[in-house]
Structure formats: structure tokens, C-alpha cells
Design a protein around this ligand. Structure first.
Ligand code: TRP
Length: 338
């Protein structure tokens, strides 16, 4: 059986939080340990430049995200783990894809359209603060995907359109340049509906843009403090509580076994106090993360070790990217004259 090639990128902005962990990191790490998958995970630091022009923050986030994935047990023997900017072939492929990608396709991209709409709603020029990076973001993402012949791209719902665009662009390229022997593999997206979308401290979706996150590797003390800040209603101990509208319960569920979830459900019905429920939530979350937190702190203190791991990932990745790029260049008429 040929293995399925699974590839996904993580934009290096911000510090990973519990929502990222439950929604993306934990399932990806499990997948990396499955030897039926040929998994590729990378730090999308060129994508980060679209969102952030703070060099210190981009650099710091790259280190934090790399250390997070490694600390949580990413299997770098089974999965190829690399940094986008180390693969020189990706920006080169991006340009070639730009030249087959219709501008009209990019006009339809949600992220770009949302920025235009926000500008217009504010009575501003439609293009205010919109860079070419934002506009052509899906082409870079297409190059990330097509460079490695990915079959399956696990993403959040907001990224489905981008994978579909990668597919369109690949089809277009194949149609123009290599009808008989398609060079680019058409990718499919994969959205996992079973993973929880975690609520944040204020009950809305946990997201950096709402400022309501619980960072993944806080110290124990800070983790406890954050959990204590989760918004609850005013019901007293002894009063029955509704688990299904509670952020405390929702986060509990994302970390608990089915049995633990059931017994917390009963505790809610039996009127467990919020303080008590939060204390138990802290123990549960801390129990899952404590060892990884130590490995994380250790790695963050040894950035050269992270760098070495990324370099070895880049070597593996380029061994795949370079020959495909050669074929692509050849197909479009860019090769030696001899
Ligand atoms: N754009 C994705 C996000 O913001 C990250 C990303 C970049 C990506 N390149 C990718 C995801 C390639 C999957 C495949 O979440």
C-alpha cells in the first residue's frame, strides 16, 4: 500500500494555546505517530510575515511553536518537520504558480475579501493596508502543498478554500504544461469534525484575537490562575449546574476520558462548586501537560538543538522538493541552453 502523504503548516505568529493544542496540535501529533502516514509538518514563517511585521515576535513564535511540537512528542523520524523558509524551492515554485494563477481566483479568497469589506465598511479605500502578501497568500500555500505532492491537507474550516485553490492551481498548471504526465498532485482537504473547538476565558471561541486564551505552557501557578479566570455564572455550591453551557466543562471534556466526563457531568448535576470544578480542571490539564512543559522549557533553553532538528528536517524535505522543482522548471521552459 502506498502511504498517504499528509501535510500541514502552522503559521508562526503568537504563542500556542489550549485551543490550538486540542484542535490542531494533539491530533497532528497522533497522526505523526501513525506509520501508515507519510506526514509533513512545517513552520509557515513566510506566512507569518503577512500577519506580523514584528521581526522579534515572528522569530520568537517560530522557536515556541517548534519547541511545542517537539515537546509534545512529534515523531520526527516518522514525520518530516521543517521550516518553510529553509526550503528555497518553495518561493521559487510560488512564482511559477503565480504565473498560472488567475487574479480572479485570488479576488475570491475569504481573507482578502474580509479585509476589503472591512475597509469599505469604514469608508476607507478598498485596498487600505492590504499587501500583495495577503492578496497572494493562497498561492504561497499552494506551493507549500504542491511542492511535496501532498494528498491530504488537514486544516481548520477557515482554510478549506485555500486547499481548493491549491487544487485549482495544480490543475491549471498540469493542463497548460503537462497534460500527458501531470507533475502536480491534486490535494484534498481534511477537516476533523470530532476535535473540539475550545472556548476561551470569556466563553467565546479561544482565539488570540479575542485575548481570551490559556497559553499551553504556562507555569503551574499561572495555569491555575488562568483556569480560575474562566467565566462562570453565579450559581452557588449545591445548586445544579448545566455542563453543556459551561466553559469549565467544555475544557474538561477535551482532556478527560469518557468516564471522567461522565462523572463530571454528574458532579455538575449534583451542584459541584465552581471553585472545586476549576481545581479539578487544573489537575487534569496540568497532568496532561506537566511532562511536556518540562521538555518545552528545556528545549527553549537550547535553541541550537531545535535548530539542528529543523535543519535535518529541511534536508529531508529538500530531497523531495528539489527534484520536483527541476521538473517544473523544465516543463515551463527554464533550463540550461547546452
Ligand atoms: N494558512 C494556514 C493557516 O493559517 C497555515 C498554512 C500555511 C498551511 N501553508 C499551509 C496549512 C499548507 C496547510 C497547508 O492555518
Amino acid at each position: 500500500m502506498t502511504k498517504k502523504r499528509v501535510l500541514t503548516g502552522i503559521t508562526t505568529t503568537g504563542t500556542p494555546h489550549l485551543g490550538n493544542y486540542v484542535g490542531a496540535i494533539r491530533p497532528a501529533i497522533h497522526a505523526s505517530q501513525d506509520s501508515n502516514n507519510d506526514a509533513f509538518y512545517f513552520l509557515a514563517n513566510y506566512h507569518a510575515l503577512i500577519k506580523s511585521q514584528d521581526p522579534v515576535a515572528v522569530h520568537q513564535s517560530t522557536a515556541e511553536i517548534a519547541a511545542t511540537w517537539l515537546a509534545l512528542g512529534l515523531d520526527t523520524d516518522n514525520a518530516v518537520f521543517y521550516r518553510q523558509s529553509d526550503i528555497r524551492e518553495i518561493p521559487e515554485l510560488t512564482w511559477i504558480l503565480n504565473c498560472v494563477c488567475a487574479k480572479g481566483l485570488m479576488n475570491r479568497a475569504h481573507a482578502y475579501k474580509a479585509s476589503v469589506d472591512a475597509n469599505l465598511a469604514d469608508g476607507e479605500d478598498a485596498d487600505k493596508a492590504i499587501t500583495m502578501g495577503l492578496f497572494s497568500y493562497p498561492v504561497l500555500m499552494a506551493a507549500d502543498i504542491l511542492m511535496f505532492g501532498a494528498n491530504v491537507v488537514p486544516v481548520g474550516r477557515d482554510q478549506i478554500q485555500h486547499v481548493e485553490m491549491a487544487r485549482d492551481i495544480a490543475q491549471r498548471f498540469n493542463h497548460i504544461y503537462c497534460k500527458d504526465k501531470p507533475l502536480l498532485t491534486l490535494p484534498d482537504y481534511q477537516v476533523d469534525d470530532h476535535v473540539a473547538v475550545l472556548q476561551g476565558l470569556d466563553g467565546r471561541k479561544m482565539s488570540k484575537s479575542y485575548g481570551n486564551t490559556i497559553p499551553l505552557f504556562l507555569s503551574e501557578k499561572q495555569l491555575r490562575k488562568h483556569i480560575n479566570k474562566i467565566k462562570t455564572n453565579l450559581l452557588e455550591p449545591g445548586e445544579a449546574k448545566d455542563p453543556d453551557t459551561s466553559t469549565v466543562f467544555q475544557i474538561w471534556q477535551a482532556f478527560a476520558t469518557p468516564e471522567q466526563t461522565e462523572s463530571m457531568r454528574e458532579a455538575f448535576a449534583g451542584g459541584i462548586g465552581w471553585g472545586d470544578a476549576k481545581k479539578q480542571l487544573f489537575e487534569l490539564v496540568n497532568g496532561e501537560l506537566a511532562e511536556a512543559r518540562e521538555r518545552y522549557n528545556d528545549l527553549m533553553a537550547r535553541p541550537a538543538d531545535i535548530e539542528a532538528i529543523l535543519q535535518s528536517g529541511a534536508t529531508k524535505a529538500r530531497a523531495i522538493a528539489a527534484p520536483l522543482l527541476e521538473q517544473v522548471r523544465e516543463a515551463v521552459g527554464i533550463h540550461g541552453l547546452g
